[in-house]
Design a protein around this ligand. Structure first.
Ligand code: ADP
Ligand code: ADP
Length: 226
């Protein structure tokens, strides 16, 4: 099955703004896909719809064959979302944050504790597990957001502008981390407005502009055209 299938997706906000004008998109299982486009192009709206935070106006969305209209809960289980803004409780500890997240997805507590060790170690945060999240550096907070998104073991990880406003050193560290995750089998979709980021990481790329997908191709193919 494909990780994601989108057919003729449209979004008109209550304000009358047409944010998406018929998007068609497939992302294969195991792919590393970048959705690139300027501010206001429709990237966040697309991600919001896939993660069911935003209602679509029309069109079809399937996540590993689960249709959002008919199998929403199953579809949600397949997806881990890393939003752009830090949205954890800064006064909770690192381990509480990831364990509680697993709880929301119905993972039993014992299993959640086991996974917290795995994913906090993988994110280089295990030593910090008893620290309150507010004490972490910016890079650690970003890794915490990713560890939290992995706790229910989603097959598709979606990151909204994962390195916006991040310095180049930290950006490289994040890239290495994401590449390893993808090599271990997680399908990744990220939005970015850095072509360099898409180029460094991604196998396929979609370029979105004014609510339309104006390019959808392999990174190799795109680079050969520039
Ligand atoms: P939905 O159809 O997904 O429920 P709405 O059209 O109701 O979305 O809008 C959601 C909220 O976001 C509204 O309160 C709206 O006023 C607000 N909003 C309006 N314009 C913007 C914008 N450009 N960016 C972010 N939020 C906006
Ligand atoms: P991007 O993530 O590429 O910057 P968005 O999906 O946030 O683009 O926005 C696409 C268009 O929809 C923009 O014109 C934006 O102002 C508008 N928009 C985004 N969110 C809302 C909202 N909640 N209500 C109304 N308009 C919105």
């Amino acid at each position: 099955a494909n990780a994601l299938e989108i057919e003729n997706l449209e979004k008109v906000y209550g304000t009358g703004i047409k944010a998406l004008r018929g998007i068609d998109l497939k992302v294969e299982n195991g792919d590393f896909y970048a959705l690139l486009g300027p501010n206001g192009a429709g990237k966040s709206t697309t991600i919001g719809i896939i993660t069911s935070l935003v209602n679509k106006t029309s069109g079809k969305v399937k996540v590993f064959d689960y249709d959002l209209d008919t199998d929403l809960e199953k579809a949600k289980q397949q997806i881990g979302l890393v939003p752009q803004e830090f949205n954890f409780n800064p006064f909770e500890t690192v381990q509480q944050i990831v364990v509680n997240q697993a709880g929301y997805y119905g993972v039993p507590r014992k299993e959640a504790l086991k996974r917290s060790e795995k994913y906090l170690k993988q994110s280089n945060l295990w030593e910090k597990r008893n620290e309150r999240a507010r004490m972490l550096s910016g890079g650690m907070k970003r890794r915490l957001m990713i560890a939290r998104a992995l706790m229910h073991e989603p097959r598709l990880l979606i990151l909204d502008e994962p390195t916006a406003g991040v310095d180049i050193e930290l950006r490289r560290e994040m890239w290495t981390f994401l590449r390893e995750l993808n090599e271990n089998g997680t399908t990744i979709i990220l939005t970015t407005h850095y072509l360099e980021e898409a180029e460094m990481l991604c196998r396929h790329i979609g370029i979105i502009q004014s609510g339309e997908l104006i390019e959808n191709t392999s990174m190799k193919n795109l680079l050969s055209k520039l």
